[in-house]
Each structure stands twice: as C-alpha cells, then as structure tokens.
Design a protein around this ligand. Structure first.
Ligand code: GRF
Length: 215
C-alpha cells in the first residue's frame, strides 16, 4: 500500500485485493462544489482500481467546478437545484431519488454534498448511501469541521467515510484516516492535507462497503 502523505494513519488497509469481480457497481454521485472526491472515484474506475461505473453525477449548485471534472471523465450530469424547492427539503430529495432511480444506481455517494439527507433519500437507498466528512467522527460533526478542529487545539484530525442515516454525520463508520495538525497550519493547509487522505479512503471505503454489505 502506498500513501502519498506519510504523516497520515489510515485504517483499515485499503481493500483493493478484494474488489468484487463481475458486474460493475453503479454509483450515483452527489456533489456540490469542487468535486475532487468525485474525480478520485472516477480516476480509480478509469485505472481499474474500482469495479464500478458512474451513470449519473447530480449537482445542486449551477456552475459548480465538479461539472468540468465530469466532462473530463465523460460522466453524465444533472442539476437538481435546491433553490427551486423553496425550502421543501423532502421534495428536493424526492427529485434527487427520482433521478438516481432513472439512472438505476446501486449505491449513492455523497462526495462533498452540502445538503442534509432527509428520510426521503435515506429510506430510498437504505444502507446504500455513503458520505465523507473532514474530521475523525464523532468529533467535529456539521459544518466547518476543519476550523472546529483548529479551534479545539487537537493535535490530530482527519477524515471519515460513513454510511448515511437520518442524523447528520453519525452513521456507521466504514473507514477513517488520521492527519496530524501542525503548528503552522491554517484551515487551507490542513484541509489540503485532509483531502489527500479523503481521496484514498473514499475509494477504499466504496470498495469495502460494496463488497461487504449486501441484502
Ligand atoms: C470534502 O472536504 C468533504 O469532506 C466535505 O466537502 C469537501 C468536498 O470536497 N464534505 P470536494 O468537492 O470533493 O473537493
């Protein structure tokens, strides 16, 4: 196993050796912004490190940079703009679910999806939704996790990939990576190092979860 950032501790070992063979898993990806985690997944698929395909990327912010990344990997995109639903989060999630179903996805990956999943989404894909969060949960849930860690003065933070349940940032943990906080860190430098690890555990956790959870 090679880890680019040798200051990180990752657990468990990335499970590339037990990627399921056969039919690729259909991932529906939800992203709101930059999309670097989306790209990590798409690159892993292209490199045959992940036996999956991405029939649809749903984004909620017009002009989000993830659109350009999707073009690069020729992934179909669909805008579902929460602003069109006037605060009706269930209705918004209903449209997200409809779009995911139209594209026959097996698993849903929240890759920087800055919306809280309602029961409409969680119940449509029980135990089939994955989220990534930039802290070692259960520490620092919610927004500004990087800033929260810096303010708390902890010496180690990291990132977590977990299954989504109806409470925010609190489903069963699939994989985590720890990243030491350096004295000179700013939110930007720390987030950059956390993201290097996010890209590793996002791919590893998808492989692990999709090969181990079935019903
Ligand atoms: C990541 O830090 C993720 O943990 C958080 O939002 C960020 C998304 O980054 N939920 P990107 O859009 O994948 O680059």
């Amino acid at each position: 196993m090679k880890i680019d950032n040798d200051q990180a501790i990752i657990s468990p070992l990335l499970p590339t050796e037990f990627l399921p063979a056969g039919k690729p898993i259909r991932l529906g990806i939800l992203a709101s912004g930059s999309g670097s985690n989306f790209e990590a997944i798409a690159q892993a698929i292209q490199d045959h490190r992940l036996n999956a395909e991405i029939p649809i990327l749903i984004y909620n912010n017009p002009g989000a940079a993830v659109i350009e990344r999707a073009k690069k990997f020729q992934v179909k995109t669909c805008l579902v703009n929460h602003r069109d639903y006037r605060g009706d989060r269930e209705k918004f999630d209903g449209k997200v679910v409809e779009t995911l179903r139209e594209n026959q996805v097996d698993w849903v990956i929240m890759a920087g999806w800055m919306r809280i999943a309602t029961s409409v989404l969680v119940k449509a894909f029980p135990q089939r939704i994955i989220n990534i969060h930039p802290s070692l949960l259960p520490s620092f849930p919610g927004i500004n996790a990087i800033e929260q860690a810096l303010q708390a003065g902890v010496k180690v933070t990291g990132c977590t990939v977990h299954l989504v349940v109806e409470a925010v940032d609190s489903g069963p943990i699939i994989m985590q990576a720890a990243v030491p906080i350096l004295a000179k860190d700013t939110p930007e430098t720390l987030h950059a190092r956390v993201q290097i690890q996010e890209h590793q555990i996002m791919v590893g956790a998808i492989a692990l979860a999709t090969s181990q959870i079935s019903n």
